[in-house]
Design a protein around this ligand. Structure first.
Ligand SMILES: [Zn+2]
Length: 308
């Protein structure tokens, strides 16, 4: 809560209703709980984030083993950092974002199908899903993260992103490298952004938190679960639909490499179901993606107000 008063005093506030109207508006209680939003100006990058390249360990080591795993390969996109664009409630915070997959994964199958140990044996990455009209999850996640990054930086945060581009020329990074990235950069938390590919009848978001896994997530599982519930709360405050195809908006899993390899509180957000027609309409419009980014922003701010 430290810097909220200053932000509220100076910020040009955007009413939540202006953020998007494709779904039910949030309840009055949720609306009151939502943080202020300062708009990020300028176009949203679609293929190239820019940013300052940040160093990463030349190789990452799966915890609990001495065997080095995949290098941060030359064919991968580069990780980048963004300085704050204004002072605000998030000044001094470092936030890592991970746009899921890569547009080129499906063109580099032999590389992304190589396996490594990330608490279980997993392929480097997968191609991700797409809307029925063919809008890829990789492009959707990249766009939402670009919008979220700009919101966070406009409120004072330094933002680290696991990939700086969305092109068919690159592939990866491998999930273990994504997971270990945030701690390398000293981030307070990481949010990995995805769209699900579930049966078309179901819609809505769910948040995946790492299960307790000794030697892997024992140090972050409790905080990650707190982060997950704050993300659920933030997305709900932003008027986003909770999952209709799972029993809970929280999934706790031991089989997600990005989460297993993280050393800071981390969640993966399946922001919507790309195969569902209503969700695909949100994914496929700039206004829908901005609304998703705003919901994610609300969740991060809510978490950081009470985080250690
Ligand atoms: Zn995904």
């Amino acid at each position: 809560m430290r810097r909220l008063a200053a932000v509220l005093a100076t910020a040009a506030l955007i009413p939540l209703a202006a953020v998007g109207t494709a779904q039910a508006t949030p309840t009055p209680a949720a609306r009151a709980a939502a943080p202020a939003v300062v708009p990020a100006l300028g176009p949203t990058p679609s293929t190239w984030e820019g940013g300052r390249p940040v160093p990463v360990a030349p190789r990452w080591w799966p915890q609990g083993t001495s065997k080095p795993s995949a290098a941060w390969a030359s064919g991968w996109p580069k990780p980048v950092a963004f300085a704050p664009t204004a002072k605000g409630e998030l000044s001094g915070r470092k936030i890592a974002l991970d746009p899921g997959h890569d547009l080129g994964n499906s063109l580099h199958l032999s590389a992304i199908n190589q396996t490594s140990w990330v608490g279980l044996t997993k392929t480097c990455n997968t191609s991700g899903t797409a809307t029925n009209a063919g809008y890829p999850e990789a492009s959707y996640a990249f766009d939402v993260v670009a919008r979220l990054r700009r919101l966070l930086a406009a409120h004072g945060a330094t933002v680290y992103i696991t990939r700086d581009r969305n092109t068919t020329a690159t592939y990866g990074p491998c999930v273990g490298a994504r997971g270990s990235f945030a701690a390398q950069e000293g981030a307070d938390l990481m949010v990995s952004v995805h769209g699900d590919g579930a049966p078309s009848s179901g819609r809505g978001f769910h948040v995946i938190a790492p299960a307790y896994y000794k030697g892997y997530t024992d140090d972050i599982s409790t905080e990650s679960r707190t982060l997950a519930w704050n993300m659920i709360s933030g997305l709900t405050a932003g008027g986003l639909q909770r999952t209709t195809y799972l029993p809970s908006p929280l999934s706790v899993r031991k089989d997600v490499g990005t989460l297993n390899m993280s050393d800071v509180p981390t969640v993966m957000v399946e922001t919507l179901n790309m195969r569902n027609a209503a969700d695909a309409r949100i994914a496929s419009t700039a206004a829908g993606r901005q609304r998703m980014a705003t919901g994610l922003y609300y969740g991060i701010v809510k978490y950081l107000r009470t985080a250690p």
